[in-house]
Structures are given as C-alpha cells and as structure tokens.
Design a protein. Structure first.
Length: 389
C-alpha cells in the first residue's frame, strides 16, 4: 500500500455491460466505482461464458480482466467451480506479472472461487451474500448432493480467507455456526447506497411498487393476493411489478411466474408488469411510488429497500434476515409475517389510510440510510478493514 491507497481486486461472475443483473453484480459495480473515485486502484476479474468471452476492457475507468468461465453443464459442480477458481488464480498471477500491484482480493458470494486463489502477498476477503445451503433449504433441496458438494467447497474457501465480511449480524451468526468460522475473523459491513437529492413528487397514496425478481422466493404471488384485499378498500390504487420473470414449479409442470400471478389477481388491469428494467429505469419508476413492498421469503441484504428509503418512500417488507436489520418496524417502515397475504394487506392499508404516517416513515427511512447505509458511512469502515489486513 502506497500513500494509504489500497490496490483492490474483485472477482465476480459477469460485469457490465456484459451482465445487467442486480444483486452481487450491482454491488461490485457500485463499490468498485466508489473506491475508484476516492483514488484507490481497482481491478475487476470477471468470469464470463467461455464460448463468447470478450477481450479485456475498461468500464467507467475500471479495468476489467475477462476470465473465460467453465460451464457446469454435465460436469459435477465441484469440478466446474474448482476449474473456474484455478482460471481466476492464473489471471491474477498474470496481472501481477505485468507489474500491477494487488493488496486485497475480494470474492463476493464466494461460490468456492476463493478455494484455489492463493496468490503471493495478496489478502483474500470473502464477502458473504447468500449461502448455498440456505437457498437450497428454501427450495426444498437442503440434502441435494449437488448442493452439499458446493457447500463443502464454500466451507473450505471461507476457512482460507484472511477475513470474512457479512452483510448483517444474522448472516454472520448463521455462517459462523454453519461453516464453523472464528468470529474474530469476521466483520459485519452492510451494503450502501449514495443518497441523491430527493425528487419532489406529490405522493397521494395511489401507487404501490415491487422491484425484484418475480417469483415465489420474492413473495410476488403473496403480494398479488394481498393486492386483491387492498384494491377492494382502495379502488384508486395501482400496483407496478418490475423485475425479471422466472418459472414457478407446479405439480403438473412449470409456469411463468408473471402468468401465475395474473391468474391470482381479480383486477389484473390495475397491475403493470414491466419486466426487467435498467437501474435508471427502476429508480425512475420507484420515484413515482407511494409505498415500496418486498414480501420475500429470504433476503441477504436487499438494495431495493435502501433505494426506496433513500428517496423517503416508506417500505413494507417481510420479517426475514436482512430486512429486519434494515427496517425499523413502525418507524422507518413496516415488517410483516412472510408468506401471509392478510398481514401484508393490513400493513399496506395502514400506510394508505394514514398519509402522515407514510410521510414520517419516509423521512425516518432517509435518515437511517444517511446515517448507517450511505457511502459516507460504510466506505471508510471498509477501507480501514483492508488496511488492517
């Protein structure tokens, strides 16, 4: 480290403009841009499909080293993940051989890619987003041998890391027990947003927004059932559902999640399904909403809640994992029982019935984001951790 600057590398599956996904890709893009703007040298090692991988490129001033990814295909997941890890390690060593410095390598949502990344003089930071066993359990696949095999690699990878960061206290404790990690090698560092000036919009309680993948895991069918109740009491209210469609498993096969949800709705014409939007498009649509709802069955650390709160929009979210550490129930938003459409409808109606409550919760949400989940609050903590390795 020279002059207090930290040379930081990120390993991620896909990176803009070749990957437009949210979640981890959005996290890496945002944090890399922010660190770069503060003067810290940053490089991205991006795993992209082997058959059409582009050459190395630059994105918004960030150098991106492309690593052709081995597809799992018919290969057992262990072999694919270890092969990709070896490719990443080779790319990193080549990057160093060209005279580039690298102090810290962060591997978000490890996926076992950190297992064979053993590079001289580089500290490995594993960033926990979602454990494979937790998702497997939620999908009824907790004992699936493919899931368990990747979990074993994740465990090995985490124990090799110099530091493990988690998004929430829940996640830290879950990982500590699941992977047998030493708490002294773990830190809680949340995701962040950059609070922009709030757009002045006259919100009169007529628009509800959902901005996430459409499917059961995100609670979209539950929201549609709840909206039937809400719309009977507030006939002027509309619902926007913005997110990528998925397939919902039924006993006789699969169905589009959007089509499944439309069948639930009594008045589907009052619900607008936009499909997947760009980040800019999502924020534009969100600005028009009076309430943002996220009734997920599981969440690591949903950025949509931070983005809504940063715009002084009250939120309603399920009382699970990360949501409970972002939303202060009754102050910056409302928390409801996951999978319960009646509880969700009651919370939405409470906010629609009380404009003053909506406004107060919106202001409190903005205050919480600025004090706890803004770039100003989070980035210095992260840099201190890097420097302390």
């Amino acid at each position: 480290m020279n002059n207090g600057l930290v040379h930081i590398g990120f390993v991620v599956e896909g990176f803009p403009p070749y990957s437009k996904g949210g979640g981890i890709v959005s996290y890496v893009a945002e944090i890399a841009r922010t660190l770069h703007q503060e003067g810290h040298p940053v490089v991205i090692f991006s795993l992209l499909p082997e058959e059409n991988s582009p050459e190395n490129y630059c994105y918004e001033g960030l150098p991106v080293v492309v690593v052709p990814r081995v597809s799992a295909g018919g290969i057992f997941p262990c072999r694919a993940t270890t092969a990709n890890a070896q490719r990443v390690a080779k790319a990193i060593r080549h990057y160093q051989d060209q005279g580039n410095e690298l102090d810290v390598l962060e591997v978000p949502d490890i996926g076992a890619f950190g297992l064979f990344i053993d590079v001289s003089k580089v500290k490995l930071v594993a960033r926990l987003h979602t454990g494979i066993l937790e998702i497997g359990r939620l999908r009824g696949r907790g004992l699936d041998p493919r899931v368990l095999s990747v979990h074993r690699l994740e465990k090995l990878a985490l124990h090799r890391a110099h530091l493990v960061t988690a998004l929430t206290c829940y996640q830290r404790n879950f990982a500590k027990n699941l992977y047998g990690l030493n708490e002294s090698a773990m830190r809680v560092i949340p995701n962040f947003v950059k609070p922009q000036q709030v757009v002045k919009i006259d919100r009169i309680g007529q628009r509800i927004g959902f901005f996430a993948t459409v499917g059961r895991l995100k609670g979209t069918p539950v929201l549609c059932s709840a909206f039937n109740v809400v719309s009977s009491r507030h006939p002027e209210t509309s619902l926007i559902i913005a997110g990528r469609d998925t397939a919902i498993r039924l006993w006789f096969g699969k169905r589009s999640a959007i089509e499944f949800c439309k069948k639930i709705l009594r008045e589907p014409e009052r619900v607008h399904f936009t499909g997947l939007l760009t980040r800019e498009g999502t924020l534009r649509e969100m600005q028009q909403c009076d309430i943002v709802v996220l009734p997920s069955m599981y969440e690591a650390f949903p950025m949509v809640l931070l983005e809504a709160m940063a715009q002084s929009i009250p939120v309603v979210a399920s009382r699970v994992c990360g949501n409970s550490e972002i939303v202060m129930d009754g102050k910056s938003g409302l928390l409801v029982k996951p999978g319960d459409p009646e509880d969700l409808a009651t919370a939405i109606n409470t906010l629609l019935d009380n404009p003053e409550t909506r406004t107060a919760m919106g202001f409190e949400g903005r205050r919480v984001v600025e004090s706890k989940f803004s770039d100003v609050a989070v980035i210095p903590r992260l840099i201190d951790l890097y420097r302390g390795l």
